[in-house]
Design a protein. Sequence first.
Length: 224
Amino acid sequence: MRLERVAAHIPAGARLADIGSDHGYLPVALLRRGAISAAVAGEVALTPFQAAQRSVRDNGLELQASVRLASGLAAIEPGDGITAVSICGMGGETIRDILDSGRAHLGGHERLVLQPNGGEQPLRQWLADNGYRIVAEEVLRENRFDYEIIVAERGEGQGYSPEQLYFGPLLMAERSPAFVFKWQRMLRQKQQALANFARAKAAVPVKKVEAFEREVCWINAVLG
Ligand SMILES: C[S@@+](CC[C@H](N)C(=O)[O-])C[C@H]1O[C@@H](n2cnc3c(N)ncnc32)[C@H](O)[C@@H]1O
């Protein structure tokens, strides 16, 4: 379901670069459906790189899909004409670092479809700092994990408040049942952590306690 929801944000006919593709499931599924016209599957590690090569070969997609052993956006070559980039199933900070160190490989017109596992706030901060506008967001729950999908395009620079960077500007406006469920759970976790901090024998840094208190305050406000 997670990758199906990611797939729904890839524009029809796109030339997709899927970075950290692992088995290459996303590009292979989209090519098999005729939903995209070409794909690059990038992998930094040898075993998943070979698994992606196998998926492409087994599905007879060698003409439409290139599998490349490369770190981050270095998998994208100038002649690829990439129109969408997906980076999924990694921490938000890792996705941010991949985008930041690979900026030279982006033309600026690509749609970014990102699915961070945590670290959404620093990722949104990077997008805002680099002239991206968040055009769609989703939160979904699968196998007892909450996942977020962030879709961004270059556009009119938009300033986001600290709360919008934390919750997601579109998610906090929509307040879907999955969003409310996620943040009710997060609230319980943060309150528990604060109680543990208060009982801890070694002093917890004041800044850390203040950050948790601020987040509890924001969550209470967003849940109303
Ligand atoms: C947990 S898997 C996610 C696979 C798939 N994208 C998904 O969402 O199901 C993360 C993959 O990213 C790859 N990866 C991590 N850092 C990378 C980087 N800098 N460049 C390319 N691939 C990377 C790992 O080798 C691993 O196969």
